[in-house]
Unconditional design. Structure first.
Length: 395
């Protein structure tokens, strides 16, 4: 996996998303989708994918390649895979200092159609609306995949000009996971035309509390109404209260035994779906619920009651231990995932002073007390409320 990172900006976001699509389809050597696929097939079914994401205030463009262990096929799949990456990066499909206009237009159109379909997804639409209400920095509120407006305004010339700057200036992280010779990996990547650049470790986004809650209600033709609540979270990854945050979220809405699920959905039957999630790199805590519009007031109050119960310490030792067990199990399952292991190494390299090793994670989790959970829950402050009020279809 190779990642290119820079601070999120409206100016460059659309360009980065288009570049992600351009790199994944063709280049100057493999000029058609068929050529691209045949080359990967010749590498015993290797895969080549790209994607975009956010971590705190950083926008990440990732290029991923998976290939079979060279020892199993008596073939230099490692060398061939890294060579393929080099071709993709440094030999794009270019016509006179511009991305190939035909390919560019195709990928731009595909992205626009994809984003338009995403906006038809009610949950995605609601999440975007909540982010716009919550974040003071409107660039932080932008989705990692961009918007139709940002994609539409780009040109093949402008995107290629930016791409050249990206290769020279973006913080670049290279991860190789597998049964490989580390020295040879370093030698192969040293042949890339990467120049030295500044390492960016400033990843956390934070904003000050506001006294007022931003509220927006919209009526939509949909059978199920959506309520989303955004809370200011004063805990970041690696902080002293980070593990208490994990337990608090598990108790509130992270698992099937959580208060939101058990009391709002199961006992009161006021929600079709309900959960809580958090982003410890941007200070954002979210509660999401699918409800009937007629139950809005009752459901919202019952949600508030569940958070208040945690703030008052109204939960049992059994619930605490059940949550800790679930968190341990989730952690160990994630260790079996190559992508999760890479993510852990990324955080370790990026903010080593905050990184939680397995031993630190488990010991810190064990030590979380009832008072710790109460304290973290008490610091959650409502900042934004978005309600998609469903109307009968056809009315």
């Amino acid at each position: 996996m190779v990642r290119f990172r820079e601070k999120i900006s409206e100016k460059n976001l659309g360009k980065r998303v288009i570049i992600s699509n351009m790199l994944e389809t063709t280049n100057a050597v493999y000029t058609t989708g068929g050529d691209f696929s045949r080359k990967l097939s010749s590498l015993f079914g290797a895969t080549f994918t790209t994607g975009v994401s956010k971590k705190g205030n950083q926008h990440i463009l990732s290029i991923n390649m998976n290939f079979v262990n060279p020892k199993f096929v008596n073939f230099d799949t490692l060398g061939e895979a890294i060579s393929f990456l080099k071709t993709a990066f440094f030999e794009p499909d270019v016509v006179e200092n511009s991305f190939n206009p035909t390919i560019f237009k195709r990928e731009q159109t595909n992205l626009i159609h994809y984003l338009e379909s995403m906006n038809d997804d009610r949950a995605y639409y609601a999440s975007r609306k909540l982010a716009n209400l919550f974040f003071e920095d409107k660039e932080q509120a932008l989705p990692s995949v961009g918007t139709v407006e940002l994609i539409e305004r780009e040109t093949p010339e402008a995107v290629f000009d930016y791409y050249q700057k990206l290769l020279k200036n973006n913080a670049t992280d290279i991860f190789v996971l597998g049964d490989v010779d580390e020295k040879r990996v370093v030698e192969l990547f040293s042949d890339f035309e990467f120049t030295d650049r500044t390492t960016v470790s400033d990843v956390f986004y934070s904003q000050v509390l506001t006294e007022n809650v931003s509220v927006l209600t919209e009526k939509k033709e949909t059978a199920q109404s959506l309520l989303q609540l955004g809370y200011h979270l004063g805990v970041h990854y690696g902080d002293a209260d980070y593990m208490a945050l994990q337990v608090m979220n598990g108790l509130l809405g992270g698992f099937a035994h959580s208060k939101l699920f058990a009391n709002v959905r199961e006992k009161a039957s006021l929600a079709y779906s309900i959960s809580s999630t958090f982003d410890s790199f941007s200070g954002f805590f979210k509660i999401s619920a699918g409800i009937d519009a007629a139950n809005f007031d009752r459901a919202k109050q019952l949600i508030f009651d569940q958070l208040l119960a945690l703030q008052k310490g109204n939960f049992t030792s059994h619930e605490m231990e059940q949550t800790k067990t679930m968190l341990r199990n989730t952690y160990f399952v994630s260790k079996d995932s190559p992508s999760n292991n890479i993510e852990l190494e990324f955080v370790k390299a990026l903010i080593p002073e905050r990184f939680l090793s397995t031993d630190s994670f488990l010991s810190s989790l064990t030590e979380v007390s009832k008072d710790d959970v109460r304290r973290v829950a008490s610091h959650l402050t409502l900042q934004a409320e978005y309600f998609m009020e469903g109307e009968a279809l056809g009315n």
